[in-house]
Design a protein around this ligand. Structure first.
Ligand code: HEC
Length: 91
């Protein structure tokens, strides 16, 4: 069997935040973090995405759902201008 597509790359690091560790534990068993970091979704879109992942087999406890959504929307929310690439803003 070919192993060329083995998803062993760790992907981009997730930004720190209250839900980071849980997201990492919950969301990287099937794909790496790049799947997440490449998205720019609104909160309702992330909510739909979490539902889709649950449909695929992800287990997201109800108690964590809000924290996940806040984290994802804060760090991977919609881009302000679709035309501009996201600039690193100094902290
Ligand atoms: C049970 C396995 C599994 C888990 C756990 C999982 N995912 Fe996924 N995820 C997938 C699969 C399979 C795809 C590709 C789906 C496709 O191509 O339609 C995917 C794709 C994605 C995508 C790309 C957009 C899309 O819909 O294809 C995002 C974003 C994503 N996952 C986020 C998450 C987040 C956030 C979590 C944690 C809450 C998570 N995933 C947990 C299986 C999983």
């Amino acid at each position: 069997m070919a192993t060329a597509q083995a998803p062993s790359a760790p992907g981009k690091p997730l930004p720190p935040g209250p839900a980071q560790a849980k997201i990492k534990a919950t969301c990287t068993s099937c794909h790496n973090t790049s799947r997440i970091t490449e998205q720019h979704l609104s909160r309702p879109e992330w909510s739909a995405e979490l539902e889709k992942m649950e449909g695929l087999g992800a287990v997201i406890p109800d108690a964590d759902r809000n924290a996940f959504l806040s984290y994802l929307t804060k760090n991977f929310g919609p881009e302000k201008s679709a035309a501009k690439p996201t600039k690193k803003s100094g902290s």
